[in-house]
Design a protein around this ligand. Structure first.
Ligand code: FPP
Length: 251
């Protein structure tokens, strides 16, 4: 974590204080695309499209602000309940985002990760994602983790199943299973501990996102609709985070 008087980043220099927020891992529930579009009498697709611009702005800002890992909830395991046309729109936007931005992510030393059961997505999209992850695998910089077909309960069930399989095979004793084992079996195993969980658009719930990982995360809710989110809103969230007293159950 940089704490020097100014922080040099690939895109600029931030004054003292901007990189000493202490948040290694920030996750965002990106909510409000539909309402943003409705306010403008636009189709929902326009809101999602503007949401991708916010993804780009926020991911760049997170890198500049020295956040080690940014995790974005792009498509939940419950989002399949939406109309087929909207699901197709979201998958199309995701595909175009990866195609358009992968060169920048590689150049910026970003490590792209995906959490969630993304292998259930359309095969050509899975290949595109796997290729993009592979292209950034040799990087050493910040992590951009995208949650796709992600549900925390599904993730925990998959993790418990893998531990149960190992226990049945005699690799681990059931009574030895502890938090470290579950941490290591989750999709987030290689991500830093979650510090700050942001939800936009005024809703105040977790919606099956990072339930285990959020055990001691700070929660931050903002009325800003996701397409309006960006560097300033992220800095505001980090300022609030900096003022929080994290006691982890202690005094
Ligand atoms: C919530 O808004 C947003 C989503 C369900 C999808 C988020 C997806 C994107 C921002 C675009 C694709 C992502 C990437 C990483 C390229 P909502 O539709 O629930 O809004 P509403 O509650 O106002 O209707």
């Amino acid at each position: 974590m940089a704490t020097q008087a100014s922080t040099h980043t690939q895109r600029g220099v931030f004054p003292q204080g901007f990189a000493d927020h202490g948040a290694r891992h920030v996750a965002i529930i990106m909510d409000g695309n539909g309402r943003w579009a409705k306010k403008r009498l636009l189709p929902r697709f326009a809101g999602h499209k503007a949401g991708v611009d916010a993804v780009r702005r926020t991911a760049r800002a997170a890198r500049e602000l020295g956040i080690e890992c940014l995790t974005l909830y792009a498509f939940s395991s419950e989002n399949w309940k939406r109309p087929a046309a909207e699901i197709a729109d979201l998958m199309g936007l995701l595909r175009r985002f990866i195609e358009a931005d992968i060169d920048e992510l590689v150049a910026d030393d970003v490590r792209l990760r995906v959490i969630g059961n993304y292998r259930a997505l359309e095969p050509s999209l899975v290949t595109l994602i796997d290729d993009a992850i592979a292209r950034t695998a040799g990087n050493n910089g910040p992590i951009l983790a995208i949650a796709l077909n992600y549900g925390s309960q599904d993730e925990m069930i998959r993790a418990v199943q893998s531990l149960a399989t190992r226990a049945a095979a005699g690799e681990i004793a059931p009574e030895d299973i502890g938090t470290d084992h579950l941490d290591a079996a989750l999709d987030t195993a290689t991500l830093p501990p979650l510090d700050l969980l942001i939800r936009t658009s005024g809703e105040q719930r977790l919606s099956n996102f990072l339930l285990w990982q959020a055990a001691y995360a700070e929660l931050y809710f903002t009325d800003t609709l996701w397409p309006d989110f960006g560097s300033d809103a992220l800095v505001q969230a980090l300022d609030t985070f900096k003022g929080r007293d994290r006691r982890y159950g202690g005094l």
